[in-house]
Design a binder for this molecule. Sequence first.
Ligand SMILES: [Zn+2]
Length: 71
Amino acid sequence: MNTEELLRILACPRCLGTLRALAEGGGLAGLACPACKVLYPVRNDIPILLVEEALDLDQWLGEHPNAKEDA
Ligand SMILES: [Zn+2]
C-alpha cells in the first residue's frame, strides 16, 4: 500500500479531517492533521492514530527540520 492509498482511508480520529503524510529520511515519519495541529507518529511503519498519542505538530516540526510533506 502506498502513501496515497493510505491517506485515502485514514482520517484524523479527532476531527475526521484529511491527514498529510510527513516523510523523513525516505521513510514515513508521521501523519499530520493541520486542523488539529497535531502529528500522529508512525512506528514500525504503522501509523498510531490515537488522540492520546498525538504530538504537537509545531513542536514536532521544530524537532524534525528535515521532514517534508510526502505528496
Ligand atoms: Zn484533526
